[in-house]
Write a protein that binds this ligand. Structure first.
Ligand SMILES: C[S@@+](CC[C@H](N)C(=O)[O-])C[C@H]1O[C@@H](n2cnc3c(N)ncnc32)[C@H](O)[C@@H]1O
Length: 371
């Protein structure tokens, strides 16, 4: 947030030139999360961190009777209010509040509390998730996003490269000019990307990440005292039990979802593949290694001269760990380690690393227990 405010930016734009397509995407997301369109009509919704309101116009189109939007970036709050007016939201139904989420307080409770793209990389993501959950009515729904060090390994490896490429650049514009030609071709490999390249670079490579990743297991654990997981995008949760067996102390939907998550870690690491589940133990081992590489990337950004070499060694170790499960991921990780060591090696044409991205952010919905 300090980064956005310091530069007077809200780099969260989306291409919504084709509004129908944008709304269909949002509708598909809500479908996966179990939010049927009629759920919001006449209901109360609160959204934390709406950015510039690109996604909020879809939520407003589902006609909640009350829609509160809280953002700490004055540029974003202003653009959100403007966009909601522009796209025909009923001015009496919505209220944009310029406030830090940590400082926001209200006795009002909502049928839906949503916080998208904001909790991961905060200093205290657990506390943040609980704060978002605290505004939900019993029986209502909370939607939050997660991003683990495995799912952002594509960004982590590119940040190690970007740290070297940005040397000697003072301004954001200089950094953008240096990074754009290198990474625009990587983003061009992603079908259906709706974010402008410069916004992605500002947010993922130049933005001085200091906070913590927030994986699906951490998110579920942070809310499990009062919430049960409901839906997810991508939809990774499998539960083959007969519904009549799901009650009382054995209900454990949250524990089951965490096991589904761990057994799919390789799928979160590389969005290009769709692999059968592996063991939860392998998933945990991948996650631990990715956490270490993520920490080394932060240390490298903070000027630790030894971090890059160690990050390279662990990236190669990760490649060996996933070699049998996903050979293309292993190949990309080897190339990433080489490229980070010497950024000049990666500029000669397409490589498997060019299209290597994880399943960055995931969405989870939860129902607040009624007792
Ligand atoms: C990455 S953007 C996500 C925007 C939008 N929800 C989306 O998914 O496209 C994060 C938003 O959260 C806001 N934000 C981040 N930390 C905040 C905080 N502590 N208090 C209030 N707003 C915050 C930022 O200003 C920004 O608008």
């Amino acid at each position: 947030l300090d980064y956005y405010r310091e530069h007077g930016i809200s780099p969260v734009a989306q291409d919504i030139g084709d509004l129908q397509r944008h709304f269909e995407r949002r509708s598909s997301l809500y479908h996966s999360l179990g939010i049927v369109p009629s759920f919001l009509r006449g209901k109360a919704v609160i959204e934390f961190g709406p950015g510039s309101g690109f996604n909020s116009i879809y939520t407003a189109s589902l006609q909640p009777s009350r829609y509160v939007l809280v953002d700490g970036n004055p540029t974003g709050a202003e653009q959100t209010a403007k966009r909601l007016h522009e796209y025909g939201a009923n001015p009496k139904s919505f209220e944009v509040v310029h406030s830090l989420i940590e400082e926001y307080d209200s006795s009002e409770r909502f049928d839906l509390s949503i916080c998208e793209g904001t909790i991961p990389f905060q200093l205290d993501p657990d506390g943040f998730a609980r704060k978002v959950g605290s505004f939900c009515k019993p029986g209502g729904v909370v939607v939050i996003t997660t991003a683990s060090s495995a799912s952002v390994m594509g960004e982590t490896t590119r940040r190690l490269i970007a740290n070297r490429l940005m040397r000697g650049c003072d301004t954001i514009e200089d950094k953008l000019s240096r990074l754009r030609p290198v990474f625009a071709p990587h983003l061009a490999t992603i079908k259906n990307m709706s974010r402008p390249v410069d916004d992605w670079i500002l947010d993922n490579l130049i933005h001085p990440w200091i906070g913590k990743t927030f994986g699906i297991d951490a998110a579920i654990n942070s809310l499990s005292d009062t919430f049960d997981i409901y839906g997810a995008s991508p939809d990774f949760i499998q539960d083959w039990r007969w519904y009549k067996d799901i009650w009382g102390p054995t209900k454990d939907v949250n524990g089951r979802a965490i096991r589904s998550y761990l057994s799919n870690m390789a799928n979160f690491l590389d969005y290009r593949v769709e692999l059968p589940p592996h063991s939860a133990e392998v998933g945990s081992a991948i996650a631990i290694l990715c956490d270490k590489i993520y920490s080394l990337m932060l240390a490298d950004g903070a000027g630790d001269n030894n971090a890059l070499a160690e990050a390279g060694d662990l990236t190669r170790e990760l490649a060996r760990m996933v070699q049998r499960i996903s050979p293309v991921t292993a190949e990309s990780l080897h190339q990433a380690a080489e490229y980070a060591r010497d950024p000049n090696t990666g500029s000669d044409g397409p490589s498997s690393f060019t299209s290597f991205f994880g399943r960055g952010s995931q969405y989870l919905s939860f129902i607040m227990r009624q007792t």
